[in-house]
Design a binder for this molecule. Sequence first.
Ligand SMILES: Nc1nc2c(ncn2[C@@H]2O[C@H](COP(=O)(O)OP(=O)(O)OP(=O)(O)O)[C@@H](O)[C@H]2O)c(=O)[nH]1
Length: 305
Amino acid sequence: MQEKNNSFKSGFISIIGRPNVGKSTFLNRVIGQKIAIMSDKPQTTRNKIQGVLTREASQMVFIDTPGIHKPKHKLGEFMIKVSKNTLREVDIIMFMVNAEQGIGKGDEFILELLEGTKTPVFLVVNKIDQIHPDELVQTIETYKGKFPFAEIVPISALQGNNIDQLLQTIDEYLPEGPQYYPADQVTDHPERFIISEMIREKVLHLTREEIPHSIAVVIDKIKRDDENDNMIRVQATIMVERDSQKGIVIGKRGALLKEVGTEARKDIEMLLGSKVFLELWVKVQKDWRNKSAHLRDFGYREDEY
Ligand SMILES: Nc1nc2c(ncn2[C@@H]2O[C@H](COP(=O)(O)OP(=O)(O)OP(=O)(O)O)[C@@H](O)[C@H]2O)c(=O)[nH]1
């Protein structure tokens, strides 16, 4: 290493893995800001979210792909298509697995999807804070036998263990390239999407087990109110699949919806740096997950990927 290489490196890193392995936790830790929704329920990340990490000599653009699983209905198939498309275009694939669990059907399915890919695949074993080192060695051995991983990196996204090492390794694989985004930009997602995810997160959180993932949040309007101290008015609709779910989301005399609104408003105010008036509606749209047309309405447009 006689010659110092001053050239800038950059690239796209796709994070893939079964639901709940900790992809969003990782992104949030690395980017240091709440951009990907975090939840202890599986499959809360439906859209592609990019987090951008700019270092001294490199820029990493992370893509948080939807949790892959075998398709059970239209939305599932759609998510898989999205994931497959992104895998072809990225520089590194981070396949994240949960150290606490053995290799499962979902992992096997993802490995099948990865078969023959030319992109380097990193096996990232997350949640190592939960297991004994001996178990870790075993898990790694099992995975090693299944796929020619370019790198294997154990981490704890929650506690931060080995994250620097992982970023260093990613750096080594990045090609020379431009700085795609300004250094202070952490996400290229429109505020609209982040706001809808903030609201969705509150609904999932406050309804606990009662509301499955059959909800979507549509932002109807974001408007600055010049007459009212520049307050920003946000109008959003929470879409549910069944009447019974509507009742749950609204709660007794509207109590739950009010709580969702209060909590979400705080997050949105932080994001926009302004006072926010949040108006929430709940609407039943039967069986929306199986209707491709509705996917479009909810902003899951394939042509964006
Ligand atoms: N103990 C431990 N828990 C973790 C770690 N990383 C994530 N978790 C937890 O695992 C759960 C799922 O994490 P997420 O980051 O939402 O998972 P995800 O992969 O983004 O999930 P989807 O959006 O469903 O694909 C959360 O309760 C996290 O707090 C870790 O390193 N250690």
